[in-house]
Write a protein that binds this ligand. Structure first.
Ligand SMILES: *[C@@H]1O[C@H](CO)[C@@H](O)[C@H](O)[C@H]1NC(C)=O
Length: 321
């Protein structure tokens, strides 16, 4: 019976694929993982999660408070250090001061630190608004990675870079999307170059999650700052309800509070014998944003434009024509 046979083949093939992806590396207790941005959000949760699994976690935090809170919540195995990824000096000091690194090198580097603001239309921005974000999300990530490559090669380890669905689709203006596209591009080069040395590179593409990066209060307060400094003719072109509409939009964005959907992907990338190249994390990413990103740009543009408010001038032009 053909139907039964093909059914059987399909089931056993999917089962094999499942088994293939679920093979784990062993010896977590001898493996060191360095994570940036552990003050809150994904980095914080991942540090706790890997600590619980027995990994030797080195958690880089931006603030003293972040480091102290994490230390209090984890085992004595976990080490914290203060790291500002935009400060080359502090990155350069990181590998040598980690005397805890064994001769085996570094198993995992998780480049998680990131920021989102300033966010807003491109013509609200000044150059500095772009560089503030690019310095953390892209230049900082490259800088940290370069410092750790020798240790990663030694361990034939893993790099896990946090990009975003906004590294495939441009939903907002400002430095965030270019920085995440940059993370995708840098990770693709790194994956090819490191494959010769047994170092594997994975990219995480989260959808919308409740973290400091998506904090409505921070984003909306900063949008107001951008708006306030605009020249009057630009404000007129956008119309006096535009800022509110845009702030409403960021309030309406549904953000999942279940950050473990992202940290599970990170953990898979660090522990699976065969990690994936890309992990779409969250249902919105898997079912909506990532499929949308494969469609022609005019389709994606159309969808994104229907979600965002429209400037007054564009509405008037439409009426006039
Ligand atoms: C991080 O370093 C940059 C300079 O490299 C500095 O402007 C910024 O204020 C620092 N951030 C924090 C939170 O210390």
């Amino acid at each position: 019976n053909r139907g039964l046979l093909s059914c059987f083949v399909t089931i056993s093939l999917s089962f094999e694929i499942l088994v293939f992806y679920s093979y784990k590396v062993d010896g977590f207790r001898d493996k060191h993982v360095f994570i940036t941005g552990c003050d809150s959000g994904f980095g914080n949760l991942l540090a706790k999660q890997l600590d619980g699994k027995g990994f030797q976690v080195i958690a880089a935090c931006l603030t003293e408070k972040g480091a102290a809170d994490l230390t209090a919540a984890t085992s004595p195995r976990l080490k914290t250090l203060l790291l500002n990824v935009t400060d080359s000096e502090s990155i350069r000091k990181a590998p040598p001061t980690l005397s805890c690194f064994p001769a085996a090198g570094l198993w995992g580097l998780v480049n998680n630190a990131g920021r989102s603001i300033p966010i807003g239309p491109t013509d609200w921005m000044e150059m500095e608004d772009f560089t503030k974000v690019l310095d953390v999300n892209l230049i900082g990530l490259i800088d940290v990675t370069l410092q750790f490559i020798p240790l990663l090669k030694k361990a034939r380890g893993r790099v896990v870079n946090v990009a975003s669905i906004l590294g495939r689709l441009n939903l907002v203006g400002g430095g965030y999307c270019p920085s995440k596209w940059g993370v995708e591009a840098f990770s693709d080069s790194l994956r090819k170059d490191m494959s010769h040395f047994g170092v594997k590179v994975s990219i995480i593409e989260p959808g919308f999650f409740k973290t400091a990066v998506t904090s409505v209060d921070l984003i909306n307060a900063d949008m107001r700052r951008l708006w306030t400094r605009l020249p009057q003719h630009v404000k007129n072109a956008y119309g006096n309800t535009y800022l509110e509409d845009l702030q409403d939009f960021s309030m309406r964005m549904l953000c999942s509070a279940d950050l473990s959907q992202v940290t599970r992907c990170m953990e898979h990338a660090l522990t699976a014998r065969f990690p994936r190249t890309r992990y779409g994390a969250g249902w919105d990413a898997k079912l909506f944003w990532i499929p949308l990103s494969y469609l022609p740009s005019f389709v994606a543009d159309f969808v994104v434009k229907t979600l965002l408010p429209c400037p007054e001038e564009a509405k008037n032009n439409r009426k006039a024509s």
